[in-house]
Design a protein around this ligand. Structure first.
Ligand code: NCD
Length: 302
C-alpha cells in the first residue's frame, strides 16, 4: 500500500492489520515510546477545506513517528495566486516532501495527485466522496465498544448523501461484517437503496429500532444540503438524536459523530455528552489510527 485513497476494496485482513497496528501505536504513544519509524519522511498536511481534528491528528501522528512535518497553509500559499493542485503538489515534492495528506473539495483530487506526482498520498477527505482514516477510527472505536462488528446493526442517520464519512464507513463497516442501515429525509438518503447490503429507513424511530450503534452526521450546508430540507429547525425536530429517542435502540447502544457537531441540530447536547457518546473516544483514536496509516503507506511496518 503506497497510498490510502479510500477503504473501498481493501481486503479484510489488511483492515484488521491496520486496526491492530493502531492499537499498538496507541499503547506505544501512551507509554511515550512511539518508534521513530518515519525519521526519513517529510509529511505535508495540505487542507484545502477546513479541519481541526483531522489535520491536528495527522500532524501529531507524523511527529510521534519522527517525521519532519510541514503544513501547507493554503490561505497564505500560492494557491491564492492561481497555482493548480498538481503544480502545488509537484512543488512540495521538489522541496523534499515525501507524503501528502490531502483534503480537497473535489472528489477524486487525491487520485489525481497520486497519478501525477511521485508523492505517497493519504486522502484526508475529498468532496462528498471518501474519508478513509475517519472510517478506520470509527471502526476501531465501534469494535472496541461492541466487541465485534460481525452481525452488528449500525445505523447512520442524517445527511448521508453529502457525507464522505458515511460513504467510507459503509464500505469499511461492511467489510468488517456489520449490517448497515441509513436513515434521513428523502434527499439525504436518495440512491442508497442501490448499495448492496444497505437498508434505508424513512423514519427515525424505524431506523433506531434494534440498532446496536448509531452514528449521526453534520448537515453539510457547504455542499448545498440545505436545498434538500425545508429548514434546519424542521430537520432537527424530525431527525435530531436525543437521549429519549436513543431509547429505541438496543440498551446501551453507543452514539458516534465524526465531529464537528452542531448541537441542537443533528443531536442534542445531552446526547452528545451523555453516557452513550463515543465522540471523545473517536477523536482520541484519530492519532493512533493515522500513525498506523502513515507507517503503512511509508512501508515502515510489515
Ligand atoms: C468530517 C469531514 O470533514 O468530512 N469531519 C472530520 O473529518 N471529522 C465531517 C464533517 O465535517 O461533518
Amino acid at each position: 500500500m503506497t497510498h490510502l485513497l479510500d477503504v473501498d476494496g481493501i481486503p479484510r485482513p489488511q483492515v484488521e492489520r491496520l486496526l491492530e497496528l493502531a492499537v499498538e501505536m496507541r499503547e506505544a504513544r501512551a507509554a511515550r515510546r512511539s518508534p521513530d519509524l518515519l525519521e526519513r519522511e517529510t509529511i505535508a498536511t495540505c487542507f484545502y477545506e477546513a479541519s481541526t481534528r483531522t489535520r491536528v491528528s495527522f500532524e501529531l501522528a507524523a511527529k510521534a513517528l519522527g517525521a519532519t512535518t510541514v503544513d501547507l497553509a493554503i490561505a497564505g500559499s500560492s494557491v491564492g495566486k492561481g497555482e493548480s493542485l498538481v503544480d502545488t503538489m509537484r512543488t512540495l515534492e521538489r522541496t523534499g516532501v515525501t507524503v501528502a495528506v490531502l483534503r480537497h473539495g473535489s472528489a477524486g483530487a487525491p487520485w489525481l495527485v497520486a497519478r501525477e506526482t511521485g508523492l505517497r498520498v493519504v486522502n484526508a477527505g475529498d468532496g462528498a466522496h471518501a474519508h478513509p482514516t475517519q472510517a478506520l477510527l470509527d471502526a476501531l472505536t465501534l469494535r472496541e465498544a461492541l466487541g465485534t462488528l460481525d452481525g452488528a446493526r449500525v445505523v447512520i442517520v442524517g445527511d448521508v448523501a453529502h457525507s464522505r464519512v458515511a460513504r467510507s464507513n459503509l464500505h469499511l463497516l461492511g467489510t468488517l461484517g456489520a449490517r448497515l442501515r441509513v436513515a434521513g429525509p428523502p434527499a439525504f438518503v436518495a440512491g442508497f437503496d442501490a448499495w448492496p447490503g444497505v437498508e434505508v429507513a424513512t423514519t427515525l424511530d424505524g431506523a433506531l429500532d434494534g440498532a446496536d450503534a448509531v452514528m449521526t452526521l453534520r448537515v453539510q450546508l457547504e455542499r448545498d444540503a440545505g436545498s434538500g430540507i425545508s429548514s434546519v429547525a424542521d430537520y432537527a425536530r424530525a431527525w435530531g438524536i436525543t437521549p429519549e429517542r436513543l431509547e429505541r435502540a438496543r440498551p446501551g447502544a453507543p452514539l458516534l459523530h465524526p465531529g464537528p457537531t452542531n448541537e441542537g441540530v443533528e443531536l442534542s447536547a445531552e446526547a452528545a455528552n451523555g453516557p452513550r457518546s463515543l465522540i471523545g473516544r473517536q477523536v482520541e483514536n484519530g492519532v493512533p489510527v493515522r500513525m498506523a496509516v502513515l507507517a503503512t503507506v511509508c512501508g515502515a511496518v510489515a
